[in-house]
Write a protein that binds this ligand. Structure first.
Ligand code: PEP
Length: 251
């Protein structure tokens, strides 16, 4: 049984007061949520305040990125150890916005995943094709390359600290969601690849989240797909009501 994960990526939104208000509104709405892991990924500057407010809640927090070195002369970077120090248990790595705007590659993704796991974090690794790539029928090739290089040299034990997020780039922030069938087809392909590169048990245990315009009205049917084990949510995680409704998709 794979426990579903619902993760909220706040991107470049929410200063301290707004972030704390969101957590205060969300916490009571999801206090009774069972059988689902909840992760919030605020911006770096509010990780500490959000962590303090969550106190001993079961909601986990994640960085939205990290560097691959523990420390050094790397102005502007944040290390996995610093995320742990700020109270994070997870980190998002390889989000398409980082690949697109900041030159993230499968090689840097691989270094970051390994550093994150070394520091004790769970890595939420984002993969997915652009619209052009889908239209050129390259979706599976792209996913294969991202998995092959991004997860290179990870051990089967390390794979226990990896969550994959299939996020078709054309569905992120666009209001266009992949159909349930498109999501299932990609997730099943990803799981087969992981079985091939690692092992059957690793693939069976791997949580694969779907991301791309997930909303309260499409989460339920996405989650009925056998290989969809949760969601990485951007826009709809920015208000307590919509994120709580997504978390309560089973109701
Ligand atoms: C995301 O940021 O990972 C994402 C999927 O965003 P949205 O839900 O807004 O499409």
């Amino acid at each position: 049984m794979r426990i579903p994960v619902i993760a909220g990526n706040w991107k470049l939104f929410k200063k301290t007061a707004e972030a704390l208000r969101l957590v205060q509104e969300l916490s009571p709405l999801v206090a009774d949520a069972r059988g689902v892991e909840i992760v919030l990924a605020p911006s770096f500057t509010v990780l500490g305040p959000v962590r303090s407010l969550l106190n001993d809640s079961s909601i986990s927090i994640a960085g939205q990125d990290c560097f691959w070195e523990d420390e050094g002369a790397y102005t502007g970077e944040v290390s996995p150890g610093m995320l742990v120090d700020a109270g994070c248990s997870h980190v998002i790595i390889g989000h398409s916005e980082r690949r697109h705007f900041f030159g993230e590659t499968d090689e840097t993704v691989n270094k970051k995943i390994r550093a994150a796991i070394r520091a004790g974090l769970t890595a939420i690794v984002c993969i997915g094709e652009t619209l052009q790539e889908r239209e050129r029928n390259e979706t599976f090739d792209i996913l294969e390359r991202q998995i092959k290089t991004g997860l290179r040299n990870l051990s089967t034990d390390e794979m226990e600290k990896v969550l994959l997020a299939y996020e078709p780039v054309w569905a992120i922030g666009t209001g266009k969601t992949a159909t349930d069938e498109q999501a299932q087809e990609a997730h099943a392909f990803i799981r087969r690849l992981v079985a091939e590169y690692f092992s059957g048990p690793v693939a069976d245990g791997l949580r694969i989240l779907y991301g791309g315009s997930v909303k309260p009205d499409n989460i339920r049917s996405l989650m009925t797909q056998p290989d969809v084990d949760g969601a990485l949510v951007g826009g709809a995680s920015l208000t307590a009501e919509s994120f709580a409704a997504i978390i309560h998709y089973q109701k």
